[in-house]
Design a protein around this ligand. Structure first.
Ligand SMILES: [Zn+2]
Length: 536
């Protein structure tokens, strides 16, 4: 340690001890004081040793040696005190009604989660948000309105262009979603029915959210061989729709496409240089997770489950579908080997969770060739489908995307019921994995930069200007954690393992996690976007 820094630490330690002595005599003036932690403000500044005082739901004061006692005091010496983490891409409505405390998120230090990603949200939003408010949840909760859900409500799950009348109806639903408090429009152009939406229609709808102050965030049409064109499309939505646009869970899928992040990041940088407000979010894993249907060609997925099953019964169509699945297994999401596709959850046969396509193919009495694995996929789809985990992402792309200054962290996770099924570990580990693996172990980015990507950056991005930074006057969403031990424990084999190294978590001034356990408090609020009309 350089001498100057060592002296700085000594002075701080003396100051803390002195302040504690003074504070013990002082009257109670705060609800909570967090003493002597390394305060990382969320804005990429190096930590400073300071006390953080909370009154009601806000931060009342920050400084070294604050006088005035707290009703509660937390000794944070040696620990990091940062803003709570903000997750702009979650599927948390899967599970929140069973686990309103959202333990998997809170135990990582997450204090705000946004829902309605990938083009999928309740339509309308208001009744759903009322249910969340009535339920009472631990983290704060916000929504996007989903383009796919809007299209499905107006046109259905069919592959055709919208009529002008239908476009007007869809715009009305987007407007209604924004008035109900959405932060913008999400698209899932990879999924039915987003996949049937021409770019022009996406722009027309996104622009409605943009005019109302919202952003566009997209699960892109293609994250494999078509990833470059998809990045261009996402940029075009922002550029031509005149609104902020975001590539969500940016990744490069499929071995032949690895390395394409050099080009995608260049496209983003060039767009920003000409004034397009484009950003990225990412989760730190080399596997993705979605429906097993992702291995089928889009045309085979039009309509409902019964339509898909009918195509699989038709010999000619079945042969075409099988050929496409073999291609996906080889060059796309399958990662070149059936063992790279693992079942996450399966409603009709829960015991398949955790098994991979090679295992299941063998159990059905066949060698796990690509051909036989494709038959297994079709069988699973015919039985009712399943969600899968797909190991087909390269670490070099992951780190390159992570290091980009316009990339923020978001989990794409859900709220698992502890022990049930075999979900992607991102639900339990995204934020702490960045801090443990990518900051401490691999030194891919600095600690302060990682925290910025989880706090002030997502807050600023969606317009939550009273959160994401530690400053007097901001809401008291705070995470206290040990930079030396913070880590993810959840693995693909054993996902149901909570994060470690997080000391306590505070939402709106109330402690929701401490001493290794959730508290009964559920102080999370429904947060509203820029066009919210409360009196609707
Ligand atoms: Zn997605």
């Amino acid at each position: 340690m350089p001498r100057q820094a060592f002296r700085g630490l000594m002075c701080s330690a003396v100051a803390v001890a002195f302040a504690a002595a003074v504070a013990a005599q002082a009257p109670v003036t705060y609800d909570l004081v967090i003493r002597g932690g390394r305060v990382l403000d969320g804005a990429d500044n190096p930590w400073v040793v300071a006390d953080v005082a909370v009154r009601q739901d806000g931060i009342a004061a920050i400084g070294p040696g604050l006088t005035g006692r707290g009703q509660r005091e937390i000794d944070a010496r040696g620990l990091v005190v940062s803003p709570g983490f903000i997750d702009t891409h979650t599927h948390a409505r899967r599970g929140i009604f069973e686990v309103p405390t959202a333990d998997n998120y809170v135990r990582q230090g997450v204090t705000t989660i946004l829902e309605g990603p990938d083009g999928g949200s309740p339509v309308p939003l208001k009744p759903f948000l009322d249910k969340i408010a009535a339920l009472g949840v631990s983290p704060n909760w916000g929504m996007f309105v989903g383009q796919g859900s809007v299209r499905e409500a107006v046109i259905g799950r069919v592959d055709r262009k919208a009529t002008p009348d239908e476009i007007a109806k869809m715009k009305d639903l987007v407007r209604e979603g924004m008035l109900d408090g959405a932060f913008g429009l999400s698209t899932g152009l990879f999924y039915v029915p987003g996949i049937f939406t021409p770019t022009e229609e996406v722009i027309a709808l996104a622009a409605v959210a943009g005019e109302m102050g919202g952003m566009h965030v997209s699960h892109m049409r293609n994250e494999a061989s078509g990833v470059i064109d998809s990045v261009k499309e996402t940029i075009a939505v922002g550029e031509r729709g005149r609104m902020p646009t975001q590539i969500t869970h940016h990744k490069i899928i499929g071995t032949p496409n690895w390395g394409s992040s050099v080009e995608t990041l260049k496209l983003v940088a060039e767009a920003r240089a000409r004034g397009v407000d484009v950003t990225i979010d990412q989760y730190p894993y080399t596997a993705s997770s979605t429906s097993i249907n992702a291995l089928l060609p889009p045309w085979a997925l039009e309509g409902r489950q019964a339509d898909v099953a009918a195509r699989l019964r038709d010999a000619a169509q079945r042969a075409r579908i099988k050929q496409a699945i073999v291609g996906s297994l080889m060059y796309d999401r399958g990662g070149g080997d059936p063992k790279n596709v693992q079942i996450a959850a399966c409603g009709w046969e829960p015991s398949l969770a955790g098994k991979n396509l090679a295992d299941i193919t063998r159990a059905r009495g066949a060698e796990p060739t690509l051909d036989h694995a494709a038959e297994t996929v079709m069988w699973i789809v015919e039985q009712g489908g399943a969600s899968g985990i797909f190991h087909a992402i390269d670490e070099a792309d992951l780190e390159r995307i992570l290091r980009d200054p316009v990339t923020m962290i978001a989990s794409d996770g859900e709220v698992p019921v502890f022990g049930r099924a075999s979900p992607h570990p991102r639900s339990y580990g995204t934020f702490v994995r960045v801090l443990g693996r990518y900051v401490r172990e691999r030194r891919a980015i600095s600690l302060a930069e990682a925290v910025r990507k989880m706090t002030s950056f997502p807050a600023q991005r969606v317009g939550l200007l009273d959160r994401g930074v530690l400053r007097p006057g901001m809401k008291a969403d705070i995470a206290i954690w040990d930079a030396a031990t913070i880590a993810d424990k959840a693995t693909f084999e054993q996902p149901h393992q909570y994060a470690v190294g997080v000391h306590s978590v505070i939402v709106n001034g109330q402690i929701v996690y401490e001493n290794g356990a959730m508290t009964p408090a559920r102080p999370g609020r429904v947060l509203h976007g820029p066009a919210h009309r409360p009196a609707r």
